[in-house]
Design a protein around this ligand. Structure first.
Ligand code: SF4
Ligand code: SF4
Length: 67
């Protein structure tokens, strides 16, 4: 599955819940220099949407591509 994960940096508070809840957390999520999270490698994402459900500020948008 090809997905695009967009994190709104203005909304992200760097809580790390996306990383913690994601079954592939260490493969997909990384923290940037501002301590905010971004999806580093989305090829491991299976679009379960656990991260979007857990994000307290609704900062994550997942778009399924090429289907
Ligand atoms: S949709 Fe699921 S697999 Fe993809 S980044 Fe979010 S929690 Fe991880
Ligand atoms: S769960 Fe949301 S607010 Fe928390 S680090 Fe991830 S994107 Fe940022």
């Amino acid at each position: 599955m090809v997905v695009k994960i967009i994190v709104d940096k203005d909304k992200c508070i760097g809580c790390g819940r996306c990383y913690d809840v994601c079954p592939k957390g260490p493969l997909i999520w990384k923290r940037d220099k501002d301590k905010k999270y971004y999806a580093y490698d989305t090829k491991y994402c299976h679009n379960c949407k656990l991260c979007t459900g857990r994000c307290p500020t609704n900062a994550i948008l997942i778009i399924k591509e090429g289907v």
